[in-house]
Write a protein that binds this ligand. Structure first.
Ligand SMILES: [Zn+2]
Length: 253
């Protein structure tokens, strides 16, 4: 069973990646233009597997185009480069909404009173096999210069995190050195972001990452791939831990 899945993926990875697809990625995704050639080849192979294995569905009247699937899979595949991967095994479906959608959340205030609030969300990642993206936000992310956020990288980072069984900001860490460095590097940078967010000070990472450790990991992943040079300068330990984890050094691209 496992072998046949591997063989099928091997064949998918070897499929030709059409020139028109490469052109689309070059036109739409700034980081793709910087990606070293060898990495691009590997990315294309992973994309073939993701395109074949994941289910895409448009919600609210949006038609899922080939371009949308390519943009989504390119970002997802970027998180898998240079590592052994099972291609986000818990993820089955990617649902695409036209715009940020309203989601009900329940929370308790300081007195313990249950509050129901409606939040506009650009994306969501569930451990139950579904990932949701608002296409309007994806477009805004791709169009903003300099790029500071990516809802796609963010939600797929949650999927990696969930790969450890629980979404807690600590994805499966393979090597010992990393297991040792990870908690310190992440928790210190998290504390700094928390501090900045409390005092409404500007921060290198998006303040949303101060919400909790899973959000911190997702926001740090966005920064790592979108503005690696600044992250390396401003949060060297965090950057180095992410380099070890992703086995990539985007600041060198
Ligand atoms: Zn999130």
């Amino acid at each position: 069973m496992f072998q046949s899945k591997e063989r099928r993926r091997e064949r998918l990875r070897e499929m030709v990646f059409p020139e028109t697809w490469k052109q689309l990625l070059r036109d739409r995704i700034p980081w793709y233009r910087r990606l070293p050639l060898g990495d691009r080849e590997e990315l294309h192979g992973h994309m073939h597997v993701l395109l074949a294995e994941k289910h895409f569905e448009g919600i609210g009247g949006i038609e899922v185009t080939e371009g949308m699937k390519l943009i989504i899979c390119a970002h997802a595949a970027l998180l898998l480069l240079h590592r052994e991967t099972d291609y986000f095994p818990k993820l089955i479906s990617i649902l695409i909404y036209p715009e940020a959608y309203a989601a009900k959340t329940l929370s308790r205030d300081e007195r313990g009173v249950l509050l129901e609030t409606i939040e506009a969300r650009a994306g969501e990642s569930w451990t139950s096999g579904t990932l949701i993206l608002a296409w309007g936000d994806v477009e805004r992310d791709l169009g903003s210069i300099p790029a500071t956020r990516s809802v796609i990288l963010h939600e797929f980072a949650h999927q990696l995190d969930a790969g450890s069984g629980v979404m807690n900001g600590a994805p499966i860490l393979s090597d010992r050195k990393l297991q040792h460095e990870w908690p310190d590097a992440l928790s210190e940078a998290y504390e700094r972001l928390l501090q900045a967010a409390r005092q409404h000070e500007p921060s290198l990472l998006r303040p949303y990452g101060a919400k909790n450790p899973p959000e911190f990991f997702a926001v740090a992943t966005e920064a790592f791939f979108l503005y690696p040079v600044q992250l390396k300068q401003g949060e060297a330990d965090l950057y180095s831990a992410l380099c070890h984890y992703f086995k990539q050094d985007p600041a060198s691209w």
